[in-house]
Design a protein around this ligand. Structure first.
Ligand code: ADP
Length: 249
């Protein structure tokens, strides 16, 4: 059975690569409305769990339930359509389109309608308004007319968040959203994630433990493919086994 308050659950999740269990019998409950982090030393299985949850990998064993529906056999695109969306798929941003056009394309994709739909001036106006609202929400108004390729790294990731938000997903998954960022970008993206988490559920793999401490309501610690500890950051960071796992890495 899965916990009834969980929006996303895994039971007995196992992934073998050539007989090696990268993820071994993991049970996970992500509660609706929380920011939930997956942490652990290198090789712990975080990315594999992330790819299993977003259906980019198929589990060797176990199942995944999203909003009461078993999604174990569902394709990534269909899972995204159901509202479980993974951010930072670089392909989501077109380098030679402007920031504004990137967001417009994403909004059109969400509508899933023929371009015909946008030929009416009224609807085109609404599309532009919505695009500007999203660009403002991620702090990119000053960059609206710039090509995506010209953006500094942190801003590019903010654009990726905007194109993801265009889908208005109830659950957002981020794989290392702060990777390769300087302090300033980390602060800005943290604020952004905190804001978009209102009314949404966020799951993130994150290496930067300061970010996790600052941002996340719940933390699952993985080591060697298994769950080592779970709870708020203060609890797991004081766990002796967690400390040992990090020191050994
Ligand atoms: P983390 O994200 O916590 O660093 P990963 O999920 O990337 O850990 O990897 C967990 C383990 O599974 C590692 O030992 C890694 O080498 C192994 N692994 C991950 N993906 C593959 C793969 N496609 N083929 C073989 N081994 C893999």
């Amino acid at each position: 059975a899965t916990s009834s308050d969980a929006i996303l659950s895994a039971r007995g999740l196992t992934k073998e690569f050539f007989g090696f269990k990268a993820v071994n019998d993991v049970d996970l409950d992500v509660m609706e409305g929380t920011i939930h982090a997956l942490i652990g030393p290198n090789g712990a299985g975080k990315t594999t769990v992330f790819n299993l949850l977003t259906k980019f990998l198929t589990p060797t064993e176990g199942r995944i339930v999203f909003r009461g529906e078993d999604i174990t056999g569902v394709k990534p695109a269909d899972v995204a359509r159901m509202g479980l969306v993974r951010s930072f798929q670089i392909s989501a941003v077109f380098p030679h389109l402007t920031v504004l056009d990137n967001v417009r394309v994403a909004l059109q994709r969400k509508e899933g309608l023929a371009t015909q739909f946008w030929r009416s001036n009224r609807l085109l106006g609404r599309l532009n308004e919505e695009a500007e609202r999203l660009i403002d929400a991620v702090g990119l108004s000053a960059f609206s007319a710039h090509d995506a390729a010209e953006l500094p790294y942190g801003r590019k990731r903010a654009l990726e968040i905007a194109t993801t938000l265009a889908l208005d997903p109830p659950v957002l998954l981020f794989d290392e959203p702060m990777a390769g960022m300087g302090v300033e970008d980390i602060g800005r993206i943290s604020d952004l994630i905190r804001r978009i988490a209102k009314g949404r559920t966020v799951v993130m793999v994150e290496h930067n433990l300061n970010v996790v401490a600052d941002l996340c309501d719940r933390v699952t610690v993985l080591a060697r493919g298994e769950i080592l500890a779970e709870g708020d950051y203060a609890t797991v960071s004081n766990d002796k086994r967690v400390r040992e796992a990090y020191m050994g890495s």
